[in-house]
Design a protein around this ligand. Structure first.
Ligand code: NAX
Ligand code: ADP
Ligand code: K
Length: 519
């Protein structure tokens, strides 16, 4: 799994690499500039065959330094290059200053105030090297005006951001300030060494366009690099489960693969739990039983075949059913009814079973007098943004405040705090789903860029996810891992099915996704 770094971790990695003597800042800057040129020519191969016109916007720090390298490399390819600098050359940090001077041997540098949007629109490539990981406050008005012009360019200019689109916070993927247009949208963003959190969280993906990662040689520094990264455990970008984790052994039988109990709502509301149950069965749980109130039994029975059914009308009955230790995972909440969920909550939590709390169970939890006291480490909470706000109003409020300084409070920060507070795994949904656990594990399951899955925004998709997590916990996966694998399979199923997806299609597409993993 790839790491998603914060700006502080990236700085620490660079410092460690330089302190080891393996590289200099100038080496890193040269590789960064070269990496951007390579990525741009890779994205638009037509640009490699002739010389074109570029406008390079350089800022007052090392991001600007990368810009001077790019200007020089393009000029050396025969391009017509215009460079604009925000700030004064005397104040550039040493490596950026050196590259400013190297560029001066090849061309002029104009002041940023002399730039007009028309100049950008008439070029082939515009390089945003204004601010990168050093952005700490909203961009100045003069830059925001240019950014607005670039948002809907009339010309054919391809927009490339160096490290991050200027205005976007590297840690949170949020636009600094209260002006949503104060950011340079790009068609291609070239990050260095690895992606930063801001490339996948929040508005990151929308603003970055596509992303590419340029290797600037930090991996070679190995242990020194790790030692430099002391700013908390890294967040990972979850990629795909190992085949060995999900495969079933040839000699097993159904009881080796767990037994999930999915609790349904009353009649007319059982669809959500049935979706969850079907997902649990498809993800390989040995047995899946729907726990249904008496009055809904006929409705549920009419709809199911491979699933089993048991009557559960009261919390006491649930406790009695759960005296069977073979029922090893629970899914509680989809379509359940908030008041009923409040009544069942103590029995569910007292069972100490691996439990997914979703939908109405989350609302009931937010309203319950005992709060998070009875949650345990085998619970997984799966809130969407509205449910997160009910459960953790102060964290949600921090996330909703316009971020005036950087690095800004992020969805990773909020989910990590939520997991600490709840004492269990929290999966905070969205295209940038964040999964955090009290032991500090944190990963992002991103449905962005080539993994975009906009058709998942459909009623019932969340119920399927809850069923997948419960099913994987029944199969024996620990909560954090179950949540990660479920979120990944969920997105893969949506992508595999494609447009027209409805929630029912997700469990039915799982076999194809699992086959794709060579199970
Ligand atoms: N440190 C290194 O050795 C390397 C850095 N690299 C580049 O350097 C960048 C980071 O450089 P810096 O740390 O110099 O930071 P930036 O170049 O992103 O920002 C420069 C400085 O501008 C100021 N600033 C922040 N927000 C501002 C605002 N809204 N208005 C006005 N001024 C503001 C801050 O004091 C900040 O340090 C990376 O994103 C990457 O592009 C790469 O060259 C690879 C190597
Ligand atoms: N635009 C999107 N891209 C990717 N995933 C999305 C998108 N919108 C929603 N999702 C995912 O779809 C699911 C929706 O869940 P939820 O909001 O609980 O819906 P419901 O309650 O109707 O089932 C979540 O897993 C969420 O992460
Ligand atoms: K930039």
């Amino acid at each position: 799994m790839a790491e998603l770094l914060t700006s502080a971790q990236m700085r620490a990695a660079e410092q460690a690499a330089m302190a080891s003597g393996a590289v200099t800042g100038l080496d890193l800057m040269e590789r960064a500039g070269q990496g951007v040129v390579n990525a741009a020519l890779g994205a638009w191969p037509e640009l490699a065959h002739s010389s074109y016109k570029a406008v390079v916007l350089c800022g007052p720090g090392n991001n600007g330094g990368d810009g001077f390298v790019i200007a020089r490399l393009l000029k050396q390819r025969g391009w017509d290059v215009e460079v604009f600098l925000y700030g004064t050359p005397e104040k550039l940090p040493p490596d950026a200053r050196t590259n400013y001077e190297r560029w001066q041997a090849l061309g002029d540098v104009a002041g940023f105030v002399d730039l007009c949007v028309g100049q950008i629109e008439s070029c082939d490539l515009v390089i945003d090297a204004l601010f990168g990981t050093g952005l700490t406050r909203p961009i100045p008005a003069v830059m925001a005006a240019v950014a607005q012009g670039l948002a809907h360019p009339n010309g054919a200019a391809r927009r490339v951001a160096v490290d991050l689109p200027t205005g976007l916070c590297s840690d949170s993927g949020r636009i600094l300030g209260d002006d949503p247009s104060a950011v340079f949208p790009s068609d291609l963003t070239v990050s260095f060494h690895s992606l930063k959190q801001g490339h996948v969280l929040g508005q990151g993906a929308e603003i970055c366009g596509q992303v590419a990662v340029a290797d600037i040689g930090l991996n070679a520094v190995g242990e020194t690099l790790r030692a430099g990264m002391q700013d908390g455990p890294a967040v990972t970008l979850y990629d795909e489960p190992h085949r060995s984790a999900l495969a079933k052994q040839g000699f097993g039988h159904k009881y080796n693969h767990g037994h999930a109990l999915i609790l349904t709502g009353p009649s007319g509301k059982t669809g959500a739990a049935r979706l969850a149950a079907r997902a649990a069965l498809r993800v390989g749980t040995g047995l899946v039983t729907l726990g249904t109130p008496h009055e809904a039994v006929t409705e549920v029975a009419a709809q199911i075949t491979a699933l089993m059914l048991i009557e559960i009308d009261t919390p006491d009955l649930l406790t009695r059913v759960l005296s069977d230790p073979r029922l090893n995972a629970l899914c509680f909440g989809p379509g359940f009814g908030v008041a009923r969920a409040g009544a069942f909550l103590p029995a569910v939590l007292a069972s100490r079973r691996a439990t997914v709390l979703d939908a109405d169970a989350l609302t009931a939890l937010a309203q319950s007098d005992s709060g998070f006291a009875n949650l345990h480490e085998n619970c997984v909470l799966t809130p969407h943004a509205g449910e997160f706000k009910r459960l953790f109003p102060d964290l949600a409020a921090r996330l909703a405040e316009p971020p005036l300084t950087g690095p800004a409070y992020s969805k990773v920060d909020a989910t990590r705090s939520a997991a600490q507070r709840a004492g269990c795994t929290v999966l905070f949904k969205g295209p940038d789903t964040v999964i955090a656990s009290p032991d500090g594990q944190c990963s992002v399951s991103a449905a962005v860029y080539e993994r975009a899955a906009p058709w998942l925004a459909t009623a019932g998709a969340g119920d399927v996810l809850a069923g997948l997590i419960a099913g994987l916990m029944a199969r024996g996966f620990p909560p954090h891992q179950a949540a990660e694998i479920a979120a990944w399979l969920h997105v893969e199923a949506a992508r595999s099915f494609g447009p027209g997806l409805i929630a029912e299609d997700l469990p039915e597409t799982l076999p194809k996704v699992l086959r794709g993993l060579s199970l």
